[in-house]
Design a protein around this ligand. Structure first.
Ligand code: ADP
Ligand code: ADP
Length: 228
């Protein structure tokens, strides 16, 4: 599913311009990485896709349709979303965390848990971890749970906001490889946010470089971006 930003600006109520006139097209089935220093508008851009943030002006189109025409709750349930500290529910088991979206979508408990078990396998988590609580996992395992939970939305689009930055470099590389493997298997449109240019170049089919003030400085293949 392609995504388009058409002259999108976001000004927060306090006057901060987080994103300034962003226009770009994200191709279906690609990993597109927003990269740039802290505060340059990466998260804001990502969150305008699932309406966690509304643009001040301009339009965001998902599969050619203005996201404003979709109910935000329905839109969010249908778009996988992964954040830095996985954002897991601490009082639910790992399995039930992964089953969250199917349960919200009205699946029965048994079916939702079966699906969750499948997803755990897809992201390389041993089944026996399903009974644990998030605090009983390593950082890398928690991020895998976050990815599995997001995949449960079974959506063509996955939004990932610095999902691997809180884990150590070796675990991070493993997670990056896993994401690339998942991507070649599942062919999702992935929008990924990071402040780490190496991660951007490693993962991205396309890299969007933003600078403070919320302007898109560059958008191209990793080699285009590295060349300049
Ligand atoms: P990044 O993800 O690149 O770190 P953000 O999109 O989080 O950047 O933030 C872009 C700018 O908008 C920053 O200056 C940030 O302080 C500001 N900002 C983010 N969220 C809010 C908010 N809710 N209210 C006011 N300013 C915000
Ligand atoms: P908040 O973003 O303020 O934490 P939400 O109610 O939007 O609150 O989300 C609660 C948690 O569920 C968040 O930590 C978020 O990571 C996760 N979440 C929200 N939407 C989705 C989704 N579509 N897929 C997976 N996880 C989601």
């Amino acid at each position: 599913m392609g995504i388009e930003f058409a002259d999108v600006t976001k000004r927060y109520p306090d006057g901060t311009v987080a994103v300034d006139g962003l226009s770009m097209t994200i191709e279906d089935g690609t990993i597109t990485v927003f990269v740039g220093p802290s505060g340059c508008g990466k998260t804001t851009s990502l969150r305008m896709i699932n309406r966690m943030v509304e643009p001040t002006s301009g339009r965001v189109l998902l599969d050619g349709k203005d996201v404003r025409d979709s109910d935000p709750a329905v839109l969010r349930r249908g778009i996988g979303y992964v954040i830095q500290h996985a954002g897991l529910f601490p009082h639910r088991t790992v399995l039930d965390n992964v089953a969250t979206v199917p349960l919200l979508s009205g699946w029965g408990k048994r079916k939702a848990r079966d699906r969750a078990a499948e997803l755990m396998e897809i992201v390389g988590l041993p089944a026996e971890l399903g009974k644990r609580y998030p605090a009983q996992l390593s950082g890398g395992q928690r991020q895998r749970v976050g990815v599995a939970r997001a995949l449960a939305a079974d959506s063509p689009v996955l939004l990932m906001d610095e999902p691997f930055s809180a884990v150590d470099p070796i675990v991070r590389e493993g997670l990056q490889d896993e994401l690339l493997r998942l991507q070649s298997q599942l062919g999702k449109t992935i929008v990924f946010v990071t402040h780490d240019i190496d991660e951007a170049v490693r993962l991205g089919d396309r890299v969007a470089v933003m600078r403070v003030g919320g302007k898109l400085a560059q958008y191209g293949t990793p080699s285009d971006v590295l060349r300049s």
